[in-house]
Design a protein around this ligand. Sequence first.
Ligand SMILES: C[S@@+](CC[C@H](N)C(=O)[O-])C[C@H]1O[C@@H](n2cnc3c(N)ncnc32)[C@H](O)[C@@H]1O
Length: 234
Amino acid sequence: MLVAHALAQVRRALALPGVPQSGRLLELGCGDGCITVRLARELPFAVSGVDIVPLAVALAAQREGVELELRQGSVLALPWPDGHFDAVVDGNLLHCIVLGDRARCLAEAWRVLAPGGALIVMCLAGDPPPSAVFAFDPVTRCQIRDGVAGRHFATQESLLAELTAAGFEIAAHWLNPATHAEECDEMVVAARWASITQRDPSPLRPSSWNPCSPRISVTLSIGLSLVVFSPIPS
Ligand SMILES: C[S@@+](CC[C@H](N)C(=O)[O-])C[C@H]1O[C@@H](n2cnc3c(N)ncnc32)[C@H](O)[C@@H]1O
């Protein structure tokens, strides 16, 4: 059902005018390949997938009856050359990417797309479900556990702004409301590659340097709170 749902979202996005109908397609965060394999079977694209977890990529590679190009790697440094793909699909990955890494991930999606290519995003949107509210930081819109930022809950506006800032033109977007109280709404965005003359390089440093990286920013926030709330010695 979830895979069928994802596939229906991709089909709807690909049916939009000006979106490539064939060529090379990359799924970001392909996991064990459950969506990747269906994309390859049912769409007229040569399909690639990337995931950071070696076991997930190994499982995806065991799927039979279809040709997939699978690579283990990070969406923050995609192992493909510039302009290689006609379409990039966010396989429910973008909400796993937090803080400054989000701009880096979108910049990589933009880099590997050919001019005229399309990015299809499928991610959580809106406020977290009741069970996740306690760990939700409304400033970063991340769920923070043990000082580490996990899932990101974009708003519709923030997601569209992130995509536009990364060099995409929004072709269409729609919301799939949660069907269960413990779920979150899903936002789907179909965006077209647009040329950009200059990109702000500040969010694009390696995440280990990035002052916005999850652990560092949480540590900074705690440190700042201690400074602000410490009594002034008399
Ligand atoms: C929610 S799962 C989605 C898996 C699959 N697309 C699906 O829908 O069943 C998100 C996937 O993103 C992968 N992931 C998270 N961070 C990543 C990163 N920085 N680079 C590449 N993959 C990443 C995870 O390993 C996981 O397999």
